[in-house]
Design a protein around this ligand. Structure first.
Ligand SMILES: Nc1ncnc2c1ncn2[C@@H]1O[C@H](COP(=O)(O)OP(=O)(O)OP(=O)(O)O)[C@@H](O)[C@H]1O
Length: 230
C-alpha cells in the first residue's frame, strides 16, 4: 500500500476582517486535512472566504488563530522570511488570472520559481521545457503571454506552479476565465500532475462540473469547512 502523507493540515483556523466599527468573521474554526494524491474542490458563494482560506493555506496571509501545517512543517511560529521559504519550497499557487510575467516568454515564466530557488539556468530551462511539453505546449516556449490563448496561458501558469515539484498545489478559480471544454482539459492536466507527483490539491471553483472531478468537494458554512452536496 502506498504511504499517504498529510500535505495540508488546517486546525481551528479563525480569520476576521475589520468592517467599519464591526468585524467580518470569515473563517471560524475551519479544519482540513488533505493527503498526498488527493484533490479537494472548494465550492462556496462569492464572499464566503475561499480566497481567504487559500491565502491562509499558502502562507500568503496569517490566520488570527489556529494552526497551518504544510508537508509536515508546522508554520505557526515561523517568521515572515521563514514562511516565504516554506511557501517557495512546498507550495505551488495558481490564480484565476494567471499572473504570468508579460515581458518573459513561456519557458522563462516556468523557469522563474526555479531560478528564485537557486536552480542553475540550464537545469531550470530543461525542466521548463519538459513541463511545457507535458502541458501540450512544446512549441509555445518562446511565446510571450500576450501571444498565447487564455487556456494556453493558464497551462503555462500550471507548469510554473509545478516547477519546483511542490507537495501542495493551491488554485483559486484556475478555470474561471476559460470556456467549458478548455476548463475540463486544463483541470485534467492539473489533476494528473498533482496525482502523478503525489502532491495534494485544493482548488476553489464556482464551476460544479469541475468540482465533480475532484476527490472531495467542500464548502464553507458559518466559517467552517463541510462536505458540499450537489
Ligand atoms: N483584506 C481584507 N480586508 C477586509 N475585508 C476583506 C479582505 N479580504 C477579504 N475581505 C472580505 O472577506 C470576505 C471573503 O473574501 P474572499 O475573497 O475570501 O471570498 P471568496 O469566497 O474568495 O469570493 P469570490 O468567489 O468572490 O472570489 C469578503 O466579504 C471580502 O470582502
Amino acid at each position: 500500500m502506498v504511504d499517504r502523507h498529510v500535505k495540508l493540515k488546517l486546525e481551528s483556523i479563525n480569520r476576521t476582517y475589520a468592517q467599519g466599527a464591526g468585524e467580518l468573521r470569515i473563517l471560524q474554526g475551519a479544519d482540513l486535512e488533505i493527503l498526498s494524491g488527493e484533490i479537494v474542490a472548494l465550492v462556496a458563494p462569492s464572499g464566503a472566504g475561499k480566497s481567504t482560506l487559500l491565502h491562509v493555506s499558502g502562507l500568503l496571509e496569517r490566520a488570527d488563530s489556529g494552526s497551518v501545517t504544510i508537508c509536515d512543517v508546522p508554520t505557526d511560529d515561523l517568521s515572515d522570511r521563514e514562511r516565504t521559504l516554506v511557501r517557495r519550497q512546498h507550495v505551488g499557487y495558481i490564480y484565476q488570472f494567471h499572473h504570468l510575467l508579460p515581458e518573459f516568454n513561456a519557458t522563462e515564466n516556468v523557469m522563474m520559481p526555479q531560478l528564485i530557488a537557486g536552480q542553475a539556468d540550464r537545469v531550470a530551462k530543461a525542466r521548463g521545457e519538459e513541463l511545457l511539453s507535458m502541458m501540450g505546449l512544446k512549441d509555445r516556449g518562446t511565446h510571450r503571454p500576450a501571444q498565447l490563448s487564455g487556456g494556453e496561458q493558464q497551462r503555462v501558469a500550471i507548469a510554473r506552479a509545478l516547477a519546483n515539484s511542490p507537495g501542495l498545489i493551491l488554485a483559486d478559480e484556475p478555470t474561471g476565465n476559460l470556456d467549458p471544454e478548455t476548463s475540463s482539459v486544463v483541470f485534467d492536466l492539473l489533476a494528473d500532475s498533482i496525482r502523478n507527483h503525489d502532491a495534494a490539491g485544493l482548488i476553489a471553483t464556482h464551476n460544479h462540473d469541475i468540482a465533480k472531478m475532484a476527490d472531495r468537494v467542500l464548502t464553507l458554512k458559518d466559517g467552517k469547512l463541510v462536505p458540499f452536496t450537489f
